[in-house]
Structure formats: C-alpha cells, structure tokens
Design a protein around this ligand. Structure first.
Ligand SMILES: [Zn+2]
Length: 572
C-alpha cells in the first residue's frame, strides 16, 4: 500500500475539523446555509494553514443536498457521487499550468453544466503564478461566469494578484495557526493512531511547525519514524537542537558576562557537531524562553518544557537582567540574519557571543566605552613616543570597558560606534578579513610589497620576500596564519586586539583587558598561539595585561565627557 502522509491521511472532511480559521469557516458556512454563495473567492494566507482543505470542503458543501451545519453530509447521492468522481470539482495547480492555453481551456469547459450537483467548482492553487495573459483570460471568465460556476483562487502571495481579479473576488485571509491549536490537533491525531507521546514532545513539534499545520505534521511524521514513543528527547534529536544543558550553560555565561565560559560552551557545542546556524537558533529560542520565564506568571504552562528544563530556564532568567536578555536576543537575531552573507559563520557567532557577554545593557554605552578604549590607547601610545596605531584597529567591540561607567539607557537604537577615519595605508601586513559579519574595519592592504606583485612570488603571497622582524610585522604574520588555522576562532578574535612590542628576544603582546589576557594565557589557547609562533620562528612570546596609566586614562575620559556632553558620564 502506498504510504500516505499524515497531512493527507488526516485531511479534514468537514468544516468543524478545520484547525483554527473560524473567521473563514463562519463566513462560508453561513453562505451555504442561506444559499447565498458567491462566484469567486480568493483564499490568502501562509502555506499549510488550510486553504486547499477549506476549498475542497466548500466545493462539496455547496453541492450537498443536506448540508450539516454548512458541511457536506457525506451521505446524500451528490456527496457519494462527488466522492467517486470529481468531474464537477477541478483543481488546477497554477504553478505548473500557468499559461494562457490552460485558462482558455478552462473558459470553454466551464460552460458545460455540472454532472452531479448544482455547481462546478474550480480551485486554482498558487494562482499568483499565472502569467499576465493567463490572468487576462481568467478575468474574462470571472467577468461573466455561468450561474453554475464557482472559482476559488488560493495564494500565499496576494500582492501579486492583479487588482482587476481582486475586485471580483471575495477575499478571505487565513491566519497562522497558534501553537495551542496545533498541539491539540496533533494530540488528537496521535490518540486516534494509538501512539504514545509525551506532552512536551507534542508541544515542541507544534512550536517547530511555526503556525503551519502541514509543516507540523511532516515534522511529526519524522519524529514518529524515529521512535515508537514520541519523547521530547527524540524530538530534539530529530530537529537537531543542541543538547539542552550546553545551551543553558552558554546562555547563562552570556547573560552573566562570563566571556571565557561562553566561548568554551560554544566551542563544546560546535565540537559536538552542531552547525553554527542551529546553535544560533537554539540560543535564540533559549533567550526567548528565558524572557517568557522572567516576565510571564504562566510561563511554565506556556513553554511546556520538561520540568527540570523549565526549572533551569527559570533559574537563569531570574538571575539575569531583563535588558540583558533582550539585548542578547537582538544581537543574535541580527547575527542570524547576517549569517548567510558571512564567509566564516563561526567567527560571526563568536563575535556575537563576545558582544553579547559584555556587561553593557545598551549599545550607546558600547559606543562610549569603545571611544574610551580607543582614546586611552592613543594617549598611551603618544606618551610612550610610539606613533599611534591606527585607531580603527582599536575600535573593536572586544575590550571590556572600565567597569565603573554608567549611564541611563537612552532609546537603544542599534548603531555601531562612530568610527574614526580609515587609517593611512601602512606596511603592516594586515589582511582585510573576508567576513562581512565581523563589522570591524581593518586597515585596507593598499601598499603591497613590490615582490608580491611579481608572478614568481605568487606561490607564497602571504610572506614578504624580505621578512621585516619588527614586532608589528611579526605579529601581523602571526595573525594571518592564525586566521587560517581551523578552530582558531576564539584565539583569533581575542588576539586581534593585542598590541605587539619587544623586550629582548621576547615578543610581548599587551592588552588592557584582563579577561583577554587571562583567556589567552589558558594553556589550551596558549598552545594554539605557540604552534603558530613556532612556525614563524618566534622563540619566546608573552601575553600581558597592562592597564593604561591613570593620568592618561583621565585625559581620555575628560575628552569623552566633552564629546558626549548630553550624557551624564560617571567614572568611579
Ligand atoms: Zn451531502
């Protein structure tokens, strides 16, 4: 026997079985009961919300001799005849029959009277796919339809339907189906099938259906094939969600601003084989659950998570700042939409984690903080008599801010901090990163070493012919090599901000962010760095924490206060 999908097998036969869409059903059943049906309808709405099912029921109901509450009785002569042959009910898929020929054909055939009932009903699915001339042919039919003809046009994209057609149709909008209704529907089907299930599993499938009955049922079908009993664990396996505990650890680390722990958790999830996209989705849904758990008294019922999972979400949400949850959601939502343009999704993810785990609650504070950091470095460099490094390279969202800065939250417009002019091209062998999503401007590599231009040298375009062993150049080579190493994402993201210098034979890399130096000095990360430095022949290196001298920091803060006179900048 051919396999019948759940969606087709449990396709409703009467209006009362339609999931949600009461507003549509009510209009149609009242018309049938009063014998006042129209000649043309337009059913619009997202896929899988029941447009075709309703059209089919309606087509049989208008012909039924004794409709029951507006639905076909299924027992009268006409109902039985229609069940056997459907000469009077024609379904046309406009996606595959979109030409003028088909519409002319239809126009001709519609003139013949119906065989068994009162009406001939034409259901044209995906009607927006018709060509212009096909629409014109259809329009002529709609302008003078025979008394026995009813047209039901169905589409997910009503804006593509010409106004001349729209004006002749009664338009009914189908809505996305709420999770609760999807859940009820699925539970009903499972009961009918006699398959055991956990309530949480059904809720998770309904959530994944995202408002579409058809999508939900095809997911349910996969899950039913996976195991005899529908369990939450089985469902998350099928849907490819990362392990809940890892998600929780990652989300908690982000919300508490524990950057190293957050990067660790992300690394663990990715190492377990989760894709960046899936991990992002999981994180977003965790933050969403946390927000609900924090704000909503009936969260437990709403979320329908297994008990111990809900307890964990609630605990994390309770400890977190509501604004931090919101901010993390915003950052990861943006990252998710940028992901398809990113050449290195992993770096996008890690950058988002770094941004989100910074303790600031809004981006205006970020902007201020970044300016402080940039100014401090410039001041420090000037004071030390070293030409200032390009400020743009410093204006990254990486460094943690002086913890004492506070300011009231102005309307949080997501904006990147104002960035200084691009720096003049310099001979530091930086390479502009390919990742769009890492929104950190790097000095463009406009000045190339002459040797690199020669074809003979193209085999190793990265290595300048005469190696410059200044700390800047060595560090630049290091960064470029590091970036190409698989799984170096975290180290690379942290290293980009270091300032190179030299003490004797030791390459000293300084940062004014304690977390950065601590994280990089962890043996696991140090090993990655050592490997690259070994390749470059650098025998000794050191990552060091060095806060900017107090006095110079004060200058920077003073300048900042002047620049942002409208905001009360308070420094403790
Ligand atoms: Zn009937």
């Amino acid at each position: 026997m051919a396999h019948l999908s759940l969606y087709r097998k449990y396709r409703p036969a009467t209006f009362d079985k339609i999931v949600r869409q009461e507003h549509v059903v009510r209009v149609l059943t009242r018309q049938i009961e009063r014998g006042e049906v129209g000649h043309a309808y337009l059913f619009t709405g997202p896929r899988g919300t029941g447009k075709t099912s309703v059209a089919r029921i309606f087509a049989r109901a208008v012909n039924c001799e004794h409709p029951q509450g507006g639905s076909p009785c299924g027992a009268c002569a006409v109902c039985r005849a229609l069940a056997e042959n459907s000469l009077d009910i024609a379904e046309i898929d406009a996606a595959s029959n979109n030409g003028v020929g088909e519409m002319r054909d239809l126009r001709e055939k519609v003139q013949y009277p119906p065989v068994s009932g009162k009406y001939k009903v034409y259901i044209i699915d995906e009607v927006h796919m018709l060509t212009d001339s096909a629409f014109n042919a259809l329009l002529k039919t709609l302008e003078e339809p025979p008394a026995h003809a009813i047209f039901i046009l169905a589409t997910t994209e009503p804006h593509k339907i010409p106004a001349t057609i729209l004006s002749r149709c009664m338009r009914l909008d189908f809505k996305l189906i709420p999770e609760e209704d999807l859940e009820k529907h699925l539970a009903g089907i499972l009961d009918e099938m006699g398959r055991p299930y956990e309530r949480e599993a059904v809720a998770a499938i309904a959530r994944a259906g995202a408002g579409s009955d058809r999508d939900m049922l095809s997911i349910a079908e996969m899950c039913l094939a996976y195991d005899d009993k529908l369990t939450y664990k089985g469902v998350t396996n099928v849907l490819g969600s990362a392990d809940f505990a890892t998600n929780a650890r990652l989300a908690e680390a982000i919300l508490t601003g524990d950057m190293p722990a957050a990067l660790d958790a992300a690394e663990q999830a990715l190492a377990a084989g989760k894709g960046v996209g899936v991990l992002l989705k999981d994180l977003l849904s965790f933050f969403n659950e946390a927000a609900i758990a924090k704000m909503c008294p009936s969260a437990e019922k709403l979320l329908a998570l297994p008990k111990e999972f809900f307890a964990e979400v609630a605990r994390i949400a309770k400890a977190a700042d509501g604004r931090a949850i919101l901010r993390a959601t915003e950052i990861f939502t943006r990252t998710e939409s940028e992901l398809r343009y990113a050449s290195s999704p992993r770096i996008s993810l890690e950058t988002a984690i770094l941004r989100a785990s910074m303790p600031q609650t809004d981006l205006t504070a970020d902007a201020l903080m970044l300016r402080v950091a940039a100014l401090e470095k410039q001041v420090a460099a000037l004071a030390a008599g070293v030409p200032a490094r390009a400020p743009a390279a410093d204006a990254q969202p990486l460094p943690s801010p002086p913890p004492a800065m506070r300011e009231p939250a102005p309307p949080a417009q997501e904006e990147l901090p104002p960035l200084p002019e691009p720096p003049p091209a310099e001979d530091v062998p930086w390479e502009a990163p390919a990742e769009e999503a890492v929104r950190v401007p790097f000095p463009p590599q406009t000045v190339r070493h002459p040797v690199q231009e020669m074809p003979a040298a193209s085999a190793a375009p990265d290595v300048p012919a005469a190696p410059d062993d200044s700390p800047d150049a060595t560090f630049g080579r290091f960064l470029r090599r590091l970036r190409k190493l698989p799984k170096s994402g975290v180290v690379y993201a942290l290293c980009r901000d270091l300032v190179p210098g030299k003490e004797g034979e030791t390459l000293v890399l300084t940062t004014d962010v304690r977390t950065v130096s601590d994280t990089l000095n962890a043996e696991r990360h140090r090993a990655v760095m050592r490997e690259v430095f070994d390749e470059l022949g650098v025998a000794a290196f050191e990552v060091r924490f060095a806060g900017a001298p107090q006095a110079q920091a004060k200058d920077g803060i003073q300048k900042l206060k002047e620049d942002f006179a409208d905001y009360p900048v308070e420094v403790k």
